[in-house]
Write a protein that binds this ligand. Structure first.
Ligand code: PLP
Length: 362
């Protein structure tokens, strides 16, 4: 079996190895120290120097997205959301659900976000920009310089869902004046699903204090801040994944962040070059993250190819949602996959495409 999915991804043996051992109890200084150490190491990878500013939750990424909406914003805010696909749309739904005023920049699936899109919203009283920096549903990676400049000149908070770009593309939180970075265990970190993280800037921590009673009891940031300096959480966390995280950080630190990202970039470029040579089509109207490659199909259904790969070979790729489902699927480049695995995937993809075409001709 091989996972070329966006998350959970193909995992590393060193990480799975934690399950060989007993997992200690968590209300201990031993576990608190492990957590604090992990969060300090994550801060280094995120490029943030604020102290005790990363909270974590036992929830998938959407839990951290909703917790951010509830704790960082109130009906007196007005936010602007980049809605370039299903994850941007999810933010629109969350802000609507919590009755916080928002407008959105709605993009077609193949339309690149430009500085001109944003300029139309200058000096219009928005308090924050909300963006999924890599819109995983299409593969578009937005330009952080453009987003940062827009927020700087309009004195807005910058909230970044980096779930599918952190540890796949370059990422620098403080340097880009990012006030919230959301990420989760099952994407770039290549761990089990179940933990999500919110890193806050100092000025966002001040803003959160103005909202002492968020709608959620479980995701109350103030309560989490009161515990995190000891490496604890108000409620029982997914303890095992914290141990997985320790192993993963060691793997990344062994080669260094730059080399880690370079390996992903190499797999990504290798796949794209070879896919094009095989006659496959890759969208080129917008910038792509190194985390994944969308592949367009003509003459066969992308969804049927996805099913064949899964059923015949136990190779998993990501189908696209909605109308795109029959036209495109996504191949991820994160996780424990090799160049040989990519060769195998492309070979099997071609076999599936040819078989499906022959079937159609009969
Ligand atoms: C995966 C992902 C999420 C979170 O999805 P969950 O299923 O809740 O983990 C959020 N935003 C983006 C951009 C993602 O890729």
């Amino acid at each position: 079996m091989k996972l070329f999915t966006v998350g959970p991804v193909q995992t590393y043996p060193d990480v799975r190895d934690v399950y060989q051992y007993d997992i200690p109890y968590f209300r201990t200084t031993e576990f608190g120290d492990l957590v604090k150490n992990n969060l300090r190491r994550l801060a280094g990878l995120l490029g943030t120097e604020y102290k005790d500013n990363i909270l974590y939750f036992t929830a998938s990424g959407t839990g951290a997205m909703e917790a951010t909406v509830q704790n960082c914003f109130s009906p007196s805010d007005k936010v602007l959301i980049i809605n370039g696909g299903s994850f941007g749309h999810r933010f629109c739904e969350l802000f609507a659900w919590h009755n916080i005023p928002y407008d959105s920049i709605d993009l077609e699936w193949n339309q690149a976000l430009t500085a001109e899109h944003l300029a139309k919203f200058d000096n219009a009283g928005y308090t924050a920009l909300i963006v999924n920096l890599h819109e995983t549903s299409t593969g578009q990676l937005y330009n952080i310089d453009v987003l940062r400049d827009f927020c700087d000149r309009n004195n807005m908070y910058l909230v970044v869902d980096a779930i599918s770009t952190f540890l796949a593309d370059d990422f620098a939180m403080d340097k880009n004046h990012i006030d919230i970075t959301i990420f989760s265990s099952q994407k770039g970190l290549c761990l089990s699903a179940g933990l999500s993280f919110v890193a806050c800037s100092q000025r966002m921590i001040e803003k959160i204090k103005q909202n002492p009673k968020p709608a959620s009891y479980y995701f109350n940031f103030a309560d989490h801040f009161n515990n995190i300096n000891r490496g604890q959480t108000p409620f029982t966390p997914a303890v095992c994944i914290m141990y997985e995280l320790d192993r993963m950080l060691t793997l990344i630190e062994r080669v260094g962040k730059d080399q880690w990202l370079r390996t992903i970039a190499d797999k990504c470029h290798y796949f794209r070059e070879k896919a094009l040579k095989c006659g496959l089509a890759i969208p080129n109207t917008y910038p792509l993250s190194n985390m994944l490659t969308p592949v367009r199909f003509d003459g066969v259904s992308a969804y049927d190819v996805f099913l064949e790969l899964q059923n015949k070979y136990r190779i998993f790729v990501n189908p696209c949602g909605g109308d795109l489902g029959t036209k495109m699927f996504r191949v991820s480049h994160i996780g424990n996959t090799s160049i040989a695995d990519i060769d195998d995937l492309l070979e099997k993809m071609q076999i599936c495409v040819n078989e499906l075409k022959q079937k159609d001709n009969k």
